[in-house]
Structures are given as C-alpha cells and as structure tokens.
Design a protein around this ligand. Sequence first.
Ligand code: ADP
Ligand code: MG
Length: 238
Amino acid sequence: MSRITLEKVCKSFGALGVLHDIDLDIRDGEFVVFVGPSGCGKSTLLRQIAGLDRPTSGEIHIDGKLVNTVPAADRGLAMVFQSYALYPHMSVRQNLAFGLENARMPRAEIDKRIAEAARMLEIGDYLERRPGQLSGGQRQRVAIGRAIVRNPTAFLLDEPLSNLDAELRISMRAELSALHDRLRTTMIYVTHDQIEAMTLASRIVVLRKGRVEQVGTPLDLYNRPANRFVAGFIGAPS
Ligand code: ADP
Ligand code: MG
C-alpha cells in the first residue's frame, strides 16, 4: 500500500525556480506518467518524491509520513534510472543481491527473490555475467530486476527506456505494462515521449516549466486538453 501526496511542492536551485506549487495525489497501484519537454523539472520532481533531495517548500507524504523523516531504506521506493546505474565490477546476480544483503536479508529469501525476478524479466541466462557483457536492453532489465527484488511499494522510473533503440523501446514498454498488470504496484514513470506516456499511463501529469498543466487519463488529455500546450504536446487538435 502506498499513497503519495504532494502539497504545494516548490524547488529552487539558487535563483532558479524549477518546481512551482506542485499538488498531486497518487493512489496505490496507479501507473502515473510525468511527461513534459526536456528541462521542465521531471527528474527534479521524482528526486523530491524519492527523498533524494528536499523541496524548498511544500510537503511530500507517503502513507501519511513526511518523506524526509523516513530513513531511505524504509521508504519502500525503488528507483530505476535511464543510465541503469549498475555496479560494473559485480555480476548481475551480485547487483540484484547487493541491496538485500545490505539489509541483512536471509540468503534463502535473497535467492528466492532473485529467481522470481529472473523468471519475470527473463534474465536468468546471464546472472553470472557482468553489466559490461550485456546489451542495453539486457542491462535495463537487470536495473528493473534490482528494483523488483526489493519488493517496493512504489517504483520510480526516470526515462528508463530512452537509451534503447526504437524497436526495443516498444517491446520494453509492453513488458512494463505487463509487469504492472502483474504486480499492481504503484509506478511513477518519467518521460519526455508523449507516445510512451499515452500507452503506459493510467494517469498522465503534464509538466511545463515546473508547473502542472493538466492531470488526467490519456483519453481525457486527448479529448479535453486544458490548453493549447497540452493539445500540441499530446497531439490532439486544439
Ligand atoms: P527534466 O528531467 O524534465 O529534463 P530536470 O528536472 O533535470 O528536467 O531539470 C529541470 C531544471 O533544473 C533544468 O533547468 C536543470 O538545469 C535544473 N537543475 C536540475 N538539477 C539541478 C541542480 N542540482 N542544480 C542546479 N540546477 C539543476
Ligand atoms: Mg530528466
């Protein structure tokens, strides 16, 4: 279970205001996509939710608790990055096990979770390889696997597919949808790609220059864009 709420979240870096009064309520099990042009503040927003950084003002609660008051390991969030961020000197298996070993999980439970994730993501054949011996798509599967084994209450994914070629991106999109159908875990997914947003999201949050322009289902945005920006960005006639 995880309900994530943002109230009047603002973030500035020095004089640069990046996020302005963001209000959001993300319900358990939703697939929410933050979409907007490069530089509009998507990654910054995700980092505030992850607790990797603190808002300049405003509050973020996860299950009623202020995110920055909860130790990182207890937040129940797992992040997946565009750059994969795998440990290059470790095998795939070691990459998957690392966070669980640090949390002192029993070996049998670690092995069980790795086996499950490997089956789900079809990465079982290269568990003993290092990231350098894998293709981009395989690496991204491992990065997603590393999030899955933590059994999070929410996944935070920052442009996880944008380093992949177009064909692979499309098949990985379908896999992510299937994964969400299966796990029913909240996913917050960041992309600058409108088509990705439209195909993956149960709800889309359109961002522009650090402000929320519109929140709605893909159909809402397509049929009833709030303004010309949303209409232009989503691709419906205005
Ligand atoms: P997006 O993910 O939508 O492309 P970002 O959230 O990465 O956008 O960045 C939004 C704006 O905030 C950009 O202008 C970026 O340069 C600025 N920014 C992001 N992180 C920092 C930081 N740590 N210090 C200063 N400026 C930053
Ligand atoms: Mg970004």
